[in-house]
Design a protein around this ligand. Structure first.
Ligand code: KIV
Ligand code: ZN
Length: 385
């Protein structure tokens, strides 16, 4: 089995979903939950984009211990300085520098020749490397780039010190065969390619982000980038929970593993949906409300006789519990604590006591306390330091 590293970009590409704007506290809670989920790398944000983003990235970098924390930078000194400033206190910092390599992006967006793009990429990777050992370099719009040009620039950024090479399908245009072949080409044509991790980064514009990511892995990628619930620019990014569960359920077919803590998936999905306001579609694979529901009589009959007739994934595997206790004025501390943990909050005993008190006060006014009510209470308790 080959271990595939998971790079979560929920807090950066995911936050680029239209209408999503997370505050610092929400980002920190998500980061802590992503660490519990076992992501290898989390992209905490894009510090040069705003002071708010810088502050959130810095706070995350100073809090997270077990995952690498990275920040995005365009290929210029100011962005790299801001990224480094924000992440330098992390236990495992990584700077993520990108520049576009496709003809359309180089000519019409960057207004640079391919030679100039190579020069900037190399210079900026060297500049970032002076600050940080771990440097990821991304070729934006790689899937629409010329393969020979891509191979040449990758060779040079590896020489300049890059440790991870990411080949994004920025506009969600590629197909599994084509994307896989790009990785194969780089494996066969770039000297020293074995020194780096190759990474996939797929968008879902044609609904192929997961299939494309898997094709990348089958052709040599050892890191997969994506988000929880598949949120992200336009149609979103590859959904990491789908990838991790696919490798688990089809390990007879795919010789790949991740270190995702699978039973933390549902909790992470709920937390992110709640904070971003992006409702998970009922039929969404793995985390949708209906993913484990059986409606037709034939299916219900089959499942009652043997769940495996229609159920390839057990709800418990991904942390979905059938135990849906309603919280109200007769609920005790135990059920309350259980529920807040399910929602992804790990509070001290003192904070739990405060939250329980606020909950009990609410039950005087409200018969049934919903998860939304609990989120309001819990966020207030968290802020109240
Ligand atoms: O989709 C993309 O190309 C990106 C890069 C900035 C990595 O998100
Ligand atoms: Zn992206």
């Amino acid at each position: 089995m080959t271990r595939i590293k998971i790079f979560d970009t929920t807090l950066r590409d995911g936050e680029q979903s239209p209408g999503v704007n997370l505050n610092q506290l929400e980002k920190l809670e998500i980061a802590k939950q992503l660490e519990r989920l076992g992501v290898d790398v989390m992209e905490a944000g894009f510090p040069a984009s705003s002071q708010g983003d810088f502050d959130a990235v810095q706070k995350i970098a100073r809090t997270i211990k077990n995952s690498t924390v990275t920040a995005l930078a365009r290929a210029n000194r100011n962005d790299i300085d801001r990224a480094w400033e924000a992440i330098k206190d992390a236990s495992h910092p990584r700077i993520h520098v990108f520049i576009a390599t496709s003809p359309i992006h180089m000519k019409d967006k960057l207004k640079k020749t391919p030679e100039q793009v190579v020069e900037i990429a190399v210079e900026m990777v060297k500049y970032a490397k002076e600050k940080c050992d771990d440097i990821e370099w991304s070729a934006e719009d790689a899937s629409r780039s010329d393969l020979a040009f891509l191979a040449a620039i990758i060779e040079q950024v590896i020489d300049a010190g890059a440790t991870v090479i990411n080949l994004p399908d920025t506009v969600g245009y590629t197909t599994p065969k084509e994307y896989g072949e790009m990785f194969k080409y780089m494996k066969e044509n770039v000297p020293n390619i074995e020194r780096v991790d190759l990474s996939t980064h797929c968008h879902d514009d044609l609904g192929m982000a997961l299939a494309n990511s898997i094709a990348g892995v089958q052709n040599g990628a050892t890191q997969v980038e994506g988000t929880i619930n598949g949120i992200g620019e336009r149609a979103g990014n590859a959904s990491l929970e789908e990838l991790a569960v696919t490798f688990e359920i089809r390990k007879d077919f795919y010789p790949f593993t991740t270190q995702f803590v699978l039973n933390e998936i549902k909790r992470t999905s709920d937390l992110i949906s709640q904070f971003t306001g992006m409702v998970v579609p009922g039929n969404k694979a793995i985390v949708g409300r209906n993913a484990f529901a059986h409606e037709s009589g034939i299916h219900q009959d089959g499942v009652l006789k043997n769940a495996q007739t229609y159920e390839i994934i057990t709800p418990e595997l991904v942390g979905v519990h059938s135990n849906n206790l309603v919280l109200g004025k007769h609920s005790g501390r135990h059920a309350f604590k259980d529920r807040i943990q399910q929602l992804g909050f790990n509070l001290s005993d003192e904070k739990i006591a405060d939250a329980f008190l606020a909950f009990k006060q609410l039950t005087d006014r409200k018969k049934e306390v919903t998860d939304d009510d609990l989120f309001v209470i819990l966020m207030e308790i968290q802020t109240d330091t």
